[in-house]
Design a protein around this ligand. Structure first.
Ligand code: GLN
Length: 196
């Protein structure tokens, strides 16, 4: 039986997430017959063990989540959620932009575009707590940061004062884009936390 993974396909970098999870599943030995596919409907999401919420524009993804009545189906999803960048914004309990209606699945306060204009995009080798294999080459694109996180949140990495990688329960949220590189350690860690 395959590990069914869905990528929320309302807006953003969907195909990169599909490719990255397919590579991670191959590495973990769950490659075939594990489909990773775009999801747009509540019924598709319910059939998955994991859901990726991609980067993109969090205000747009949030508007489309509400328009398509997906807020409750995602909030009550029983699997793990792997969220990057705009996805991290959506996972928060509090966001600095009222246009985003966050899912509240990770106890944290997030600021959108936290690195401002001068550093809108940059790459950095960051150290991830508890992730072996050396620093992780992280690509930040108009990235958010968490300015605070609750007691139940495991902080994996910070850049300066800003929290850029967290886990809570089955969920992982990252302000950078591991799906854009070839390093699947974080995808593998997320799958391992789910028992795969
Ligand atoms: N700054 C964007 C937002 O808040 C996120 C950027 C991204 O996902 N690359 O929606």
């Amino acid at each position: 039986m395959g590990v069914r993974i869905g990528v929320l396909a309302l807006q953003g970098n969907v195909s990169e997430h599909i490719d990255a999870f397919e590579r991670a599943l191959e590495t973990t030995g769950h490659g075939t017959p594990s489909p990773v596919f775009p999801v747009k409907r509540a019924s598709d999401i319910a059939g998955c063990v994991a859901l990726a919420i991609p980067g993109g524009e969090s205000t747009t993804i949030s508007r489309l989540i509400e328009k398509n009545h997906l807020h409750e189906p995602i909030r009550t999803f029983s699997g793990g959620i792997f969220a990057t960048c705009a996805g991290m914004v959506l996972m928060a309990t509090q966001v600095d932009d009222p246009r985003v209606c966050p899912l509240g699945l990770i106890e944290m306060t997030v600021n959108r575009n936290a690195f401002g204009r001068q550093k809108e995009s940059f790459e950095s080798d960051i150290v991830l707590a508890g992730v072996g294999g050396g620093p992780f080459h992280a690509v930040f694109i108009r990235a958010p940061v968490a300015t605070s996180a609750g007691a139940g949140v495991h902080v994996l990495a910070r850049v300066g004062q800003g929290i850029v990688a967290v886990e809570q329960g089955k969920h992982m949220a990252l302000s950078f884009h591991p799906e854009l590189g070839s390093d699947t350690r974080l995808h593998e860690r997320f799958l391992k936390n789910l028992g795969f």
